[in-house]
Design a protein around this ligand. Structure first.
Ligand SMILES: *Cc1c(COP(=O)(O)O)cnc(C)c1O
Length: 390
């Protein structure tokens, strides 16, 4: 068995090299794709060590786990069949029937509907907490119950790009003995490594920045060896393992993570400033802008502000005209890939909410969300300019 334990000092080196097999398999520079469901028995003494794809222990999995652990400052990691598989398994591993969790107020749609629709059938309840509540921890304390087990956070909210007081939330969770889980998909490890502020478990939709090429659906969870082991045992039963072919593409995409996200940070910052100055734009949501309500927390916690922003085009008709006129970004859901994408959240991710709830949340019909890609920044910004004027 090769050794997968190598890691290096910096993120940029780790995304390329951490967890690579040593010695290299048959001398291959890249970890080969192991597209085999099962392997010959080798005197395994525990079920866990029998080699089978559903147990997430093929060579395609092992190196990727070690690389992700190094990247997110964890002891161990687990890849999953989707971001939702990572989120649901992480929650269900620590919250059981009759138990309760605290969840940040604005969650990814799939996570919210999992808690709202499947939670009650599993007798798992949750209370929303507002990280921007002026009362802070005093307000969160009122939501606590004797059976509260976990606190679920998100690094940057969708689609308004809000960043809360995550350090205060982690301190609160530690005081009350809650497991902390953060969905750090929008931030990516280039901009934020939540384990460094004491978060237990970091989850990602690797479909987005980690893979970065919009060609697989995958997830990841990173944490302590003990906690990841517990999640892995559950995932074996839920069946949400990642196929080796997706592992191979995931590992390939991951190697350029730092280059991609640095470029996306730079272009998004320039685009946010440009849009904020345009008369057609009512308001821009981007934590990198100094006057954004999330700027102070983001500036303290993050090393970059990310490639996601949203803006209000002043009317639904203008938003539609913009989407019709823009040439480079594609009008499509999802995010974090090399190609820029634009979408109207009121017509996509938040279509399930009624009009009044959307208004209350600030997800009005003129809101446009942008996932900035790696195209030429000047050409992209000029394209936004012509589409706004059009
Ligand atoms: C896309 C996304 C998910 C879900 O990930 P899938 O890979 O689609 O299952 C979860 N959280 C966030 C923040 C996302 O953007």
């Amino acid at each position: 068995m090769p050794d997968y334990s190598s890691s290096y000092r910096t993120l940029a080196t780790n995304v390329v090299h951490a967890g690579s097999p040593s010695p290299r398999i048959q001398g291959a520079v890249v970890t080969p794709l192991f597209q085999s469901a099962n392997y010959l028995m080798a005197d395994e003494s525990a079920y866990d060590t029998v080699r089978y794809i559903r147990l997430s222990n093929s060579p395609s999995h092992l190196g990727l786990h070690a690389r992700l652990a190094a990247i997110e400052s964890g002891e161990a990691a687990l890849v999953t069949a989707s971001g939702m598989a990572a989120i649901s398994a992480a929650i269900l591993a620590f919250v059981g029937s009759g138990e309760h969790l605290l969840a940040q107020r604005t969650l990814y749609g799939g996570t919210q509907t999992f808690l709202d629709q499947d939670g009650p059938r599993l007798d798992i309840s949750h209370t929303a907490i507002d990280l921007a509540d002026p009362e802070g921890p005093a307000a969160w304390e009122r939501a606590l119950r004797p059976e509260t087990r976990l606190m679920l956070l998100e690094a940057i909210s969708n689609p308004l790009m809000e960043v809360g007081d995550l350090e205060a939330a982690v301190d609160f969770a530690k005081t009350h003995d809650l497991v902390t889980v953060i969905d750090s998909t929008f931030a990516s490890p280039v901009n934020f490594r939540p384990r460094e502020i004491g978060v237990d478990l970091v989850v990602h939709s690797a479909t987005k920045y980690l893979n970065g090429h919009s060609d697989i659906v995958a997830g990841a969870v990173i944490g302590s060896a003990e906690q990841i082991d517990r999640i892995r045992h559950l995932l074996v039963h839920l069946g949400g393992s990642l196929d080796p072919h997706a592992c191979f593409l995931f590992e390939r995409g991951l190697k350029t993570l730092v280059l991609r996200v640095q470029r996306q940070n730079e272009t998004a910052m320039r685009l946010a400033r440009y849009l904020a100055d345009r008369p057609e734009v009512r308001k821009v949501n981007y934590p990198g802008l100094e006057d954004d309500p999330s700027h102070a927390f983001a500036a303290r916690l993050f090393s970059g502000f990310g490639g996601m922003l949203s803006f209000y085009a002043a009317s639904a008709a203008r938003a539609d005209r913009f989407l019709d006129s823009v040439r480079i970004p594609l009008h499509a859901p999802s995010l974090g890939g090399v190609e820029s994408l634009v979408v109207r959240p009121s017509r996509s991710s938040h279509l399930g909410l009624d009009e009044e709830s959307r208004q209350r949340l600030g997800i009005t019909d003129d809101l446009v969300r942008v996932s900035v890609g790696i195209e030429d920044a000047d050409e992209l910004i000029a394209d936004f300019g012509q589409a706004l004027a059009g």
